[in-house]
Write a protein that binds this ligand. Structure first.
Ligand code: ADP
Length: 348
């Protein structure tokens, strides 16, 4: 078990009567890559700013290493932030930008060059010391911003949509890079994004936020495979969400067919919602299918085709690498672990 580093206790933030955080309780472990994921306006940045010390909560407490820091000024917290706008100093070169924090701290001058060099190596920009900021690409500037934040050896790095301004290819490259940097420096990264794919790629743990409330906390595979409510299921990838009845432990009915599932602990005959990921369907012959339907649309998505299969009851979105023709009759088959049952109560 890792050690708890940060704890939010019942954090409420109220802007003139508008509750943007509604009682956040969250514990973050040492050395973890944690992502706050949610749609725009869900309160991610507000929570990050409260942790950074840039904003005071209306209610609640923040603890760092068991010590309450709710009133501690930002500069005394062992936390640094990287913003989407890199906020580098345009009149200083790369070396001066990275060394800035150490100079402010009055670090012994003789150790600064080696530390700057180490940081440049960490972000893959060795030899860039003398470059002027405006000669660097967006991705390079962001790396410098990360180096500048890490040279102070904070225990936590906060990253607020740091890749938002980069193009898709560069963003993907930087996602992997950031994860590597985090493992190498071995500190806690708290990352804010509205991009679910980004969160799934990088995080050890994802905290899904909506409307100022935590919807679910879990590993990427927990969040993806076992969404706890309809909001999470819909937000993380395209899901089929289908009403059904839980007959008994491990037995659920939907679309007039009884399926074996891995879920249990519901009331007998409880109305439920079933989440099925589009890639979890097997397309089989009509005779072998648990459900039967007709292909009514086909969209080429690069690595797979997204097809719609219309049964008597509804449309299912199915991802497949095979090619199908419109109007073809197909069977759909689901293994028990492909069926995720949610209580109707948790529907968003
Ligand atoms: P996110 O980072 O998830 O996009 P934010 O934390 O930035 O969300 O914002 C949450 C809500 O708080 C939004 O509805 C936003 O309009 C509101 N908000 C943020 N800052 C202020 C402010 N200074 N004054 C009033 N409302 C604000």
């Amino acid at each position: 078990m890792s050690k708890e580093l940060i704890r939010f206790e019942n954090i409420v933030k109220d802007y003139d009567g508008q509750l943007v955080l509604k009682g956040i309780n969250l514990s973050i472990e040492e050395n973890a890559f944690v992502t706050l994921l949610g749609p725009s306006g869900s309160g991610k940045t507000t929570l990050l700013r409260i942790l950074g010390g840039f904003l005071e909560a209306s209610e609640g407490k923040v603890f760092f290493d068991e010590v309450e820091i709710s009133q501690t000024p930002a500069y005394k917290r062992e936390i640094n932030t990287v913003f989407q706008k890199y906020a580098l100093f345009p009149h200083m070169n790369v070396y001066e930008n990275i060394a800035f924090g150490l100079k402010i701290k009055k670090e012994d001058k003789s150790v600064i060059p080696a530390k700057v060099e180490k940081m440049l190596r960490l972000v893959g920009l060795s030899g860039y010391e003398k470059r002027e900021i405006d000669t660097l690409s967006g991705g390079q500037q962001q790396r410098i911003a990360i180096a500048r934040a890490l040279i102070n050896e904070p225990k936590v790095l906060l990253l607020d949509e740091p890749l938002g301004a980069l193009d898709l290819r560069l963003r993907k490259e930087m996602q992997l890079e950031l994860k590597k940097i985090q493992k190498e420096v071995g500190i806690t990264f708290i990352y804010v994004t509205h991009d679910q794919e980004e969160a799934l790629t990088m995080s050890d743990e994802i905290v899904v936020l909506n409307n100022g409330e935590i919807q679910q906390i879990g590993s990427p595979s927990d969040i993806y495979n076992e969404p706890e409510n309809e909001f999470v299921a819909r937000f993380i990838g395209d899901s089929n969400i289908v009403p059904g009845i839980m007959l008994d432990d491990y037995a659920v009915v939907f679309d007039d067919h009884q399926f074996v599932c891995v879920d249990y602990g519901f009331e007998d005959n409880e109305p439920v919602e079933i989440v099925i990921r589009p890639e979890d369907f097997d397309i089989v012959s009509v005779a072998k299918g648990q459900l039967k339907g007709v292909v009514t649309s086909i969209i080429f998505k690069g690595v797979h085709n997204e097809i719609t299969v219309k049964t008597d009851k509804r449309d299912y979105i199915v991802h497949t690498i095979k090619n199908f023709e419109l109007d073809k009759e197909v069977g759909l088959f689901l293994e028990p672990e492909d069926i995720h049952v949610m209580s109707e109560m948790s529907a968003y």
